[in-house]
Design a protein around this ligand. Structure first.
Ligand code: FAD
Length: 480
């Protein structure tokens, strides 16, 4: 008989926690419990990847009638019903949450619908008042969106709120330039909102390949997203309050952006003054300005576990904290905040702790996608990062794809390979194109295997496709 209630207690029923709990119980035969304070599935399933991608799909139907007409179809433009979509979306999320609960139960994991905190190296306390002991504790509490530190920030919403909107705002201001900000700019624009986006930096999508960032920013503007870089909010107030009245109105500015200009009509809930001097009214402001690991009040610091920048749990390469029985995985460690990474970290944890096979997590060459229009698929080093490291050849091409060109569309795509001059290895691959997320998953295998430019070259093209360009770029565009 073990001296503990469980072999493993997992805190958090999101991507990483659920996978670790299932595998530890199902494959390793451990006695496992898991506490979730909100909905099973966590950020990815309930308020992240899944609902977002379904909204991307919904938003992309807007352009289909136009494109179809160019191909001879007689299809009128349609209208979008947020009510109809939201009802289906909610039903789907309920279904998925049920699947997650069933998977845990089917693996023999005992679940608690409660918040858990850590009392000592082997004890968790539940919000029900119960205390449970475990040989190992796995912290998989994820992260949450944060508003900027400015007066009236509560007037803005964050990504969690988008999925609960009763109705779509007509005029929405998005603050931020990261992938979540840009994806929602495309989504909300596609669903019929007038989208303005402010980002304080010089270019959106910081950290991604410079050329790809530029192409996506241009495409977003071309589609009608009113994107302003080098711009942020100075102040914001509810329309109708003395503070908002004191800000004055800027009918000229409003007219410039095609918004309603007379006072009676300017009844959007929030008036915003920007660093570029404009004063404009918006029905909603959406802060996509960053996320913070969920460690507040968890009790970790009292045990000597260090919290790093932003409150992230500090762990070693095996996801182990300073307290040997306590591990942490996923967004709460703020390493690479993506669902498949949290899952990998969960599997590596189980291998290390329950299969006696110490498994460090490999965070190198992780492919990822940004679901803008067009999408960005990326793996490996950007041109800028690679050039700092060694001499490189850049192979890049940008063109109008066949499907778009036939319909007289202006959208361009880009394929780009970053190649080491010394050993010909492909150090990075960046694709801006419809379906780039699907393409980069496959290109990622080659890059992860250490493929050289010549390996790409000897692969026969699939014709006619956009991605064939990735194996037909003969001459370097530049050497850096
Ligand atoms: P989470 O999934 O956040 O799960 C943590 C769980 O712990 C939550 O359910 C929470 O309620 C629970 N919890 C927290 N504290 C406690 C406590 N004290 N007691 C009990 N339970 C607790 N990733 C991708 O790979 N692709 C994408 O396209 C993508 N899109 C995204 C879009 C958005 C809008 C957002 C916000 C994120 C997106 N992500 C995407 C990131 C992805 O969702 C996360 O990386 C992933 O969910 C992290 O998993 P996790 O297990 O670490 O945490």
């Amino acid at each position: 008989m073990s001296e503990f209630d469980y072999d493993l207690f997992v805190i958090g029923g999101g991507s990483g926690g659920v996978r670790a709990a299932r595998v530890a119980a199902g494959e390793a035969g451990a006695k496992v419990a898991l506490a979730e304070e909100d909905r099973y599935g966590g950020t990815c399933v309930i308020r992240g990847c899944v609902p977002k991608k379904l909204m991307v799909f919904a938003s992309e139907y807007r352009d289909m009638p136009t494109a179809a007409r160019a191909y001879g179809w007689d299809i009128p433009d349609g209208t979008f019903s947020w009510d109809a979509f939201r009802a289906k979306l909610n039903a789907e999320l309920d279904r998925l949450e049920g699947v997650y609960r069933k998977l845990l139960a089917g693996s023999g994991v005992e679940t608690f619908d409660a918040r858990a905190t850590v009392k000592d190296a082997h004890t968790v306390v539940l919000s029900t008042g119960e205390e449970k002991t475990a040989k190992h504790i796995l912290v998989a509490t994820g992260g949450r969106p944060v508003r900027p530190d400015m007066p009236n920030a509560h007037l803005g919403m964050v990504s969690d709120d988008i999925f609960h909107l009763e109705k779509l705002p007509q005029r929405v201001l998005i603050i931020g330039g990261g992938y979540i900000a840009c994806e929602f700019a495309g989504i909300l624009h596609g669903l019929g909102c007038e989208v303005t986006q402010f980002y304080r930096g010089a270019q959106i999508l910081r950290g991604f390949d410079e050329e790809a960032r530029g192409l996506i920013a241009d495409a977003m503007k071309d589609r009608g997203i009113d994107l302003h870089t080098g711009t942020t909010i100075v102040e914001m107030h509810c329309v109708g309050t003395p503070e908002a009245d004191a800000m004055g109105e800027a009918p000229v500015e409003n007219a410039q952006y095609g918004l309603k200009t007379d006072k009676a009509d300017a009844n959007g809930p929030v008036r915003v003054k920007a660093t570029n001097g404009t004063i404009r009214d918006f029905d909603a402001v959406f802060f996509a300005t960053g996320r913070r690991p969920n460690t507040d009040g968890l009790g970790l610091e009292a045990l000597g576990i260090e919290l790093g920048r932003n409150g992230a749990v500090e762990v070693d390469e095996y996801s182990q904290t300073k307290v040997p029985s306590i591990y942490a995985i996923g967004d709460v460690t703020d390493r690479v905040n993506l669902t498949p990474v949290a899952i990998r970290e969960g599997m590596a944890f189980v291998n290390t702790v329950f299969h006696g096979n110490p498994t460090p997590v490999d965070h190198d060459l992780i492919p990822s996608a940004v679901f803008t229009q067009p999408e960005l698929g990326t793996v490996g080093l950007t041109e800028e990062e690679a050039a700092e490291q060694e001499e490189i050849e850049v192979y890049a091409t940008s063109f109008r794809p066949m499907q778009t060109a036939f319909a007289d569309g202006s959208g361009r795509v880009m394929m780009k390979l970053i190649v080491s001059k010394a050993n010909r290895t492909v150090l990075g691959c960046h694709i801006v194109a419809p379906g780039a997320g699907e393409m980069i998953q496959l290109a990622g295998i080659a890059v992860k295997m250490g493929a050289t430019k010549e390996d790409f070259d000897r692969t026969v093209a699939v014709h006619p496709t956009m991605s064939e360009e990735i194996v037909t770029m003969r001459n370097p565009t530049r050497t850096v």
